[in-house]
Design a protein around this ligand. Structure first.
Ligand SMILES: Cc1cc2nc3c(=O)[nH]c(=O)nc-3n(C[C@H](O)[C@H](O)[C@H](O)COP(=O)(O)OP(=O)(O)OC[C@H]3O[C@@H](n4cnc5c(N)ncnc54)[C@H](O)[C@@H]3O)c2cc1C
Length: 441
């Protein structure tokens, strides 16, 4: 019989973060019990009670101790404390150094496509999962525009297919987060958050982007208690409530449309007059407006969320000004501040590129932190300013930010890295050929 601690995970149906939590324990070979709270009010109440009032799934417990949701579990994993709680931590604090030809940061669509191509080129990539294994696409249950799937495909399913394909071609996927890359000498030194160190001849940065927040009062306290950045994960918990979606791009339109399944009314607060979203999404939202399921609040911004962890979101404070961007016009007498009752708030306001681990290298970024690559025509389009470090997907491409464009860029990065690695090998072998002759002189 196993002497591992008892791991319990409260889950719900169609919950990407629940899948991530399960995958994490699977990857450690840890057994767990799951309780699906969807459509089971008693189980849901039990979860809320045990999780100190939190109403989001997953909720993870180890030997009855509340670990928390996916963010808490993955944060503990980063520091090694999760392994300690599970009794699988090793005492070996020494750096474990392994050399790889190619390390890929990220298992989103870009990183996994790069891994498929790099595996096929015999570059045996090590692919680091980061704190969001599978990337952003794991947050959507319906990918309708990825070529080859006329009936659509779930994000997690698409990602899992790609992982399987990458592993078939020789890629190794590893749980963990890259802390830093040292480009002061070759090979590159890639240091992980848990202290492990790898060296690599080439690196592909496919580390994507993370959901942005507003940094407003009430946000820290209520995140996970009625405030969320993932409608598909948490929408069902607020069935019958009025819900507020903040944003004006594709993600905001998609999330608002999705939330109409559960909400009494969905309100969209957008700070400008025009939406940034594609016409397709705006049209779908307009249909829901006509049906009375969505109401749009243009030129409106959220400035505070009110509520408590016990009771969830009670109401919000909004500001409105017909000229747009009302928080820039708080002194304007035409700016109106008002309270508004909603039971849940969803942020859909874009992303911040994940590039912290490249700070201190020669890799250049733009003003918003997106990686700069060479671009242009011909080969080498994904090269950064550091030879041997390549960039792909949403961490570079702030404009398109689509699964298929991330995949395309991932393939380009792997092909560029392959050329670089071949040049490196050729240069090394010509040095080896020259050296014995020099010794004969
Ligand atoms: C809710 C939602 C729905 C969407 N729906 C669609 C859709 O229907 N169709 C479509 O085309 N696009 C859709 N998108 C956009 C699409 O998901 C992204 O464009 C795509 O996932 C970008 O892929 P990526 O690999 O560049 O980055 P990401 O998916 O962001 O993946 C980044 C990866 O890097 C890892 N990482 C980050 N930092 C580190 C680090 N320090 N060390 C190691 N790894 C790290 C992360 O853990 C993650 O695995 C949607 C996005 C969202 C949020």
């Amino acid at each position: 019989m196993s002497d591992q601690p008892r791991v319990e995970i409260y889950t719900k149906t169609d919950c990407p973060y629940c899948e991530k939590a399960k995958d994490l324990f699977d990857s450690k070979g840890i057994e767990y019990e799951t309780y699906n709270v969807t459509d089971d009010d008693d189980l849901f109440d039990e979860m809320v009670d045990r999780a100190d009032g939190r109403k989001t799934a997953p909720e993870v417990f180890i030997d009855d101790e509340l670990i928390g949701g996916w963010d808490d579990t993955s944060a503990l994993n980063e520091t090694g404390e999760l392994d300690e709680k599970l009794g699988i931590a090793t005492d070996d604090d020494d750096e474990v150094v392994e050399h790889r030809k190619l390390i890929i940061a990220g298992t989103g669509i870009a990183g996994l496509t790069a891994a498929i191509y790099a595996g096929r080129s015999n570059n045996e990539p090590l692919v680091i999962e980061g704190d969001e294994p599978g990337g952003q696409l794991t947050l959507t249950t319906d990918v309708a525009n990825y070529p080859g799937f006329p009936d659509g495909i779930g994000g997690p399913e698409l990602v899992n297919n790609m992982k399987e394909q990458a592993e078939q071609f020789g890629a190794d996927l590893k749980n963990g987060i890259i802390e830093s890359v040292d480009d002061s000498s070759r090979p590159f030194r890639v240091e992980m958050k848990d202290g492990d160190v790898y060296t690599a001849d080439a690196v592909i940065a496919a580390s994507g982007a993370s959901a942005r927040t507003l940094e407003i009062p009430g946000e820290d306290e209520l995140m996970g208690y009625g405030l969320s950045t993932c409608a598909t994960c948490d929408g069902a918990f607020f069935r019958g409530e009025d819900m507020l979606v903040v944003g004006g791009g594709d993600a905001a339109m998609e999330e608002a449309t999705f939330l109409t399944k559960f909400a009494d009314t969905v309100y969209i607060a957008h700070r400008r007059e025009e939406f940034r979203a594609e016409d397709y999404w705006v049209d779908r939202v307009e249909e829901k407006v006509d049906d009375g399921e969505i109401e749009i609040m243009k030129n409106t911004e959220l400035i505070e969320i009110h509520g408590s962890q016990e009771e969830g979101v009670d109401h919000v404070t909004l500001v409105e000004n017909d000229k747009g961007h009302p928080t820039d016009r708080l002194e304007d007498p035409e700016t109106e501040e008002f309270g508004f009752d909603v039971g849940a708030v969803f942020f859909a306001i874009g992303h911040t590129p994940n590039t912290d681990y490249l700070e201190g290298t020669g890799v250049e970024t733009d003003a918003d932190g997106y990686l700069k690559t060479k671009g242009g025509e011909g080969g080498g389009q994904t090269e950064t300013h550091v030879p041997g470090i390549f960039g792909a997907g949403d961490v570079v491409d702030y404009h398109y930010q689509q699964a298929v464009t991330a995949a395309g860029m991932g393939s380009k990065a792997a092909l560029d890295a392959d050329e670089y690695l071949e040049d490196l090998e050729r240069a090394d072998s010509s040095v080896e050929e020259v050296e014995p002759a020099a010794a004969d002189d």
